[in-house]
Ligand binder design. Structure first.
Ligand SMILES: NC(=O)c1ccc[n+]([C@@H]2O[C@H](COP(=O)([O-])OP(=O)(O)OC[C@H]3O[C@@H](n4cnc5c(N)ncnc54)[C@H](O)[C@@H]3O)[C@@H](O)[C@H]2O)c1
Ligand SMILES: [Zn+2]
Length: 354
């Protein structure tokens, strides 16, 4: 088992290893005195792992209750949040009790937010079951729900007390979900870690998923330690997200987040003027991980969609631009230049047939 220690407003460990889901209660008991807990999961994950996690927490001395909601991003809203809070209240959770977020990023974000606001804030533990949650959303303390006026627009910074990542669970993920998470790992490689990128380029890293998760978490840890509340450097983690978000919006959210972020990372590199050899590497790496490299949306539609991005501030958007594999920089761009920016990125990719 690997342990990565996170230092933020709350210090906590991220545990990565095989067979951890059946030890999640025991591992939690080492940092949270057994108490009443609400295990929150979507109905798919509840069906797959709910019993095992509940047994583990009960065995470790917790009074473990469960709440399940319908799987999918469409559930990540105030209604479901209200249902979770009501279930917690009806189960009699007090300020000293615990939420266990068992699932992907949707569950982690929403159960984490419920923990952040219930009784003005109680502790929570993340048990990520998607690769995306393991490499990205379970660490760093961003919690939220989606609103009609934008994704993740209402939320709080609330760090978990522990993250327990079972790599056996990740290996059992459907291929599409594995690709979805791999995109965030590719992003991490382009941002900071050429060795991680090289491993992902092989497309044959499933046997080393613990290393992939650990490398991503370590990088995120370092960024979060320096900029927990996202006022500067943490913006780097948005590589591929301005372009990707535009793709997601144009597709009416039918394109998965990771698929969009992967293609968005390639667009960012194209816009940044990266050499052809590097663009080909990024494109091939996406393909090796079952990810699309391009979507058929034209630049003006993408630019319009990007303007609904909350990262827009005062008529200026912050782009993350790759310089080489493992190094990126932030660049401010006036929003009126976005259509030209998308145009340039698409033209470069078109010319290279990527
Ligand atoms: N807080 C952050 O820092 C952060 C970072 C990145 C993404 N996010 C958020 O994460 C969310 C996306 O996360 P996601 O992709 O994990 O989505 P998700 O939680 O909806 O999970 C995707 C699908 O996989 C299923 N699933 C989960 N675990 C499974 C398993 N082990 N086996 C089989 N199926 C399984 C789920 O039921 C769901 O249908 C978005 O809402 C995004 O905003 C948050
Ligand atoms: Zn993302």
């Amino acid at each position: 088992m690997r342990t990565i220690h996170i230092t933020a407003s709350t210090n906590y460990d991220v545990l990565i290893g095989t067979g951890l889901i059946d030890k999640s209660g025991e591992l939690t008991a080492k940092v949270v005195k057994p108490c009443r807990c609400m295990i929150v999961a979507d109905d798919t994950v509840d069906e797959l792992y709910g019993d095992r996690v509940q047994i583990s927490f009960s065995y470790a001395g917790f009074d473990a209750r469960r709440f399940a909601f319908p799987a999918g991003e469409a559930s990540k809203n105030l209604d479901t949040l209200g249902d979770i809070l009501t279930a917690m209240g009806e189960a009699g959770l007090s300020r000293s009790d615990l939420v266990v977020a068992l699932g992907g990023g949707v569950t982690g974000d929403m159960a984490g937010f419920a923990a952040a606001i219930y009784a003005r804030g109680i502790r929570f533990v993340q048990v990520p079951t998607t690769l995306l949650a393991a490499v990205d959303s379970s660490v760093g303390g961003k919690t939220a729900v989606d609103m009609p006026f934008g994704k993740n627009m209402v939320g709080a910074f609330h760090q978990p007390s522990l993250v327990v990542t079972d790599t056996d669970v990740l290996r059992d993920l459907p291929a599409e979900q594995l690709s979805n998470g791999a995109a965030e790992a590719v992003k991490c490689g382009v941002l900071n870690d050429p060795e991680l990128f090289a491993l992902l380029e092989t497309g044959d890293w499933q046997g080393r998923v613990d290393e992939v998760v650990a490398r991503c978490v370590t990088y995120k840890r370092d960024v979060v330690a320096r900029d927990e509340f996202d006022t500067g450097e943490r913006a780097l983690l948005n590589l591929g997200h301005t372009f990707g978000h535009a793709i997601e919006v144009c597709s009416n959210l039918t394109v998965l987040h990771g698929q969009a972020v992967g293609a968005g990372t390639l667009m960012a590199a194209a816009y940044a003027g990266c050499p052809e050899a590097m663009l080909r590497r990024v494109s091939d790496c996406l393909k090796a991980n079952g990810l699309p490299t391009r979507f058929p949306y034209p630049a003006p539609a993408l630019a319009r969609a990007a303007l609904s991005d909350k990262k827009r501030a005062g008529g200026v958007i912050t782009l993350v631009l790759p310089l080489e594999i493992g190094r990126c920089e932030l660049q401010k761009l006036p929003v009126d230049q976005l259509p030209a920016c998308f145009e340039k990125a698409l033209n470069v990719l078109e010319a290279l047939d990527l």
